[in-house]
Design a protein around this ligand. Structure first.
Ligand code: GLN
Length: 483
């Protein structure tokens, strides 16, 4: 059951071969069997899931079922869920129960999707390995001694191990795409403004964007259809029609111009990953695409620019966790200042504190112009790079991550080396563009992802390219042993 595609599961539900309650029980059982090892869920909400499933079966009985009614899924623990704990993988929110649902959660519920639980992540989505969680690191189903990638690592491990057919993620600088790459999944970070951020706990508001993760382009096209669309509750949400994503998956790729940024294949990229991306490009060429070399001259500035802007926004967003308004408060505060200091000191993990300090520094009087303002100017040049590239090509192809998954703990003492590995994903967020990662091969049994970057609002095209590639290859069908 858990190896079936979402479309196949939907067909089984439609023909009443199986009920949503049975399907949900199946996945809950798998979570029980495997999640002690993987640590992919922070909260499993069995009761809620079974109630959702019952409601979905009733919806179907009444002839009101949509394409995803009755399909189980998991929500990243960054999306607020009414009545169910939302921790953002932080001690400071470990007892937080939101009084409302995030728009994404609400839409999933309206579509009849079943929420199995809330997935593990890096604390406040800061990280790229899922080792920065108050609830512990998530293990990669392909090799449990290795990282999943982050920050949506719980969602990635859960889908890769067949504990849920679909999950949501969020991507501020690669957090949907990197764990997708390292766990052999397909994940898309939509254009900024395409998916509502209402009720999605903020990390860096001008970069954050939610999106779907699953095994194939077809599966995530179905979930994106549910998630996307204008939301008056999010002032950065864009009022623009949502295309029918599944409807355009079958278009042929003849004449599609694919750009390969020469900077992405320079030093720092593992040779085995480079070979896989090369092979992926050749396969796309066989499907009718034309390959063109392009330049993204600002590439060397992507990491430093992001690591000024993201912490700056984070330091401001996280000032709300003060022991008074949300989540935990330290014991017996002596006075107001003591409460602030100890609640934050005890509630935040090391990486979050590092970001708050960097961000506060970059925004402080005297340094603002030198760091924050400068970074914003470079951000404009980065957008210009992509705008120029999209005059010549339709999509850009490159690696998602410079290596395959590495050992848990291996890079924990060297945060800068982790920041540098964000090189292929973060510019997309600085520019607000959509990008997708898809399974493209393996090295020593570990998955490698290829990244497709598109122009604004070309999610349908990215999904189409990935789907055509997946019709011609079977990387995305490969499952980790033991699952
Ligand atoms: N690795 C990046 C960071 O730590 C991106 C994380 C994300 O996309 N949420 O900020």
């Amino acid at each position: 059951m858990h190896t079936k595609s979402v479309a196949e599961l939907a067909t089984d539900l439609g023909s009443k071969k199986i009920s949503s309650v049975e399907l949900t029980q199946h996945f809950l059982k798998r979570i029980q069997q495997h999640d002690n090892d993987l640590n992919s869920f922070i909260t499993v909400c069995e009761e809620r899931a079974l109630a959702d499933a019952k409601a979905a079966d009733e919806m179907r009985q009444q002839g009101k079922a949509g394409p995803l009614t009755g399909i189980p899924m998991a929500q990243k623990d960054i999306f607020c869920t009414k009545g169910i704990k939302t921790t953002c993988a932080s001690k400071i929110l470990s007892n937080f129960v939101a009084p409302y649902d995030a728009t994404v959660v609400e839409r999933c519920q309206q579509a009849g999707l079943v929420m199995l639980g809330k997935t593990n992540m890096d604390e406040f989505a800061m990280g790229s390995t899922n080792e920065n969680s108050y609830y512990g690191a998530v293990k990669n189903p392909w090799d449990q001694t290795c990282v999943t990638g982050g920050s949506s690592g719980g969602s990635a491990a859960a889908v890769a191990a067949g504990l849920t057919p679909l999950a949501t993620g969020t991507d501020t600088g690669g957090s949907i795409r990197q764990p997708s790459a390292l766990c052999n999944l397909t994940g898309i970070k939509p254009t900024y403004g395409r998916v509502s951020r209402y009720g999605m706990i903020a990390y860096a508001s001008s970069l954050d964007q939610g999106g779907p993760m699953g095994r194939s382009a077809h599966d995530i096209a179905l979930l994106l259809q549910t998630m996307a669309g204008f939301d008056p509750k999010d002032s950065t949400s864009i009022e623009r029609e949502v295309p029918d994503y599944p409807a355009t998956l079958e278009a042929k790729l003849d004449g599609l111009r694919i750009g390969l940024p020469k900077e992405y294949f320079a030093t720092g990229l593992d040779a085995n990953v480079a070979n896989v991306i090369d092979q992926c490009a050749k396969n796309l060429e066989k499907l009718g695409a034309k390959l063109l070399e392009i330049a993204l001259p600002t590439t060397a500035s992507h990491v430093p620019t992001y690591y000024v802007i993201a912490p700056a926004e984070a330091s401001s967003n996280l000032s709300r966790y003060d022991g008074a308004r949300y989540g935990m408060r330290c014991e017996d505060p002596k006075n107001l200042e003591d409460m602030y200091k100890r609640s934050r000191g005890e509630g935040f993990g090391a990486e979050v504190k590092r970001r708050i300090m960097v961000g506060t520094y970059a925004l402080s009087a005297g340094y603002y112009d030198a760091y924050y303002l400068k970074a914003q100017k470079i951000r404009r040049l980065i957008c210009d790079d992509f705008n120029n590239a999209f005059k010549e090509v339709d999509v850009i192809l490159g690696p998602t991550y410079p290596t395959t998954a590495f050992k848990i703990g291996e890079k924990l003492q060297d945060p800068v080396s982790l920041y540098l590995a964000d090189i292929y994903t973060i510019a997309v967020n600085l520019a607000g563009l959509p990008a997708l990662s898809m399974p493209a091969g393996f090295n020593k049994g570990l998955p490698i992802g290829a990244q497709l970057i598109g122009n604004y609002f070309t999610e349908a095209q990215l999904l189409n390219v990935a789907h055509q590639y997946q019709q011609a290859t079977d990387w995305h069908h490969k499952l980790a042993e033991g699952y």
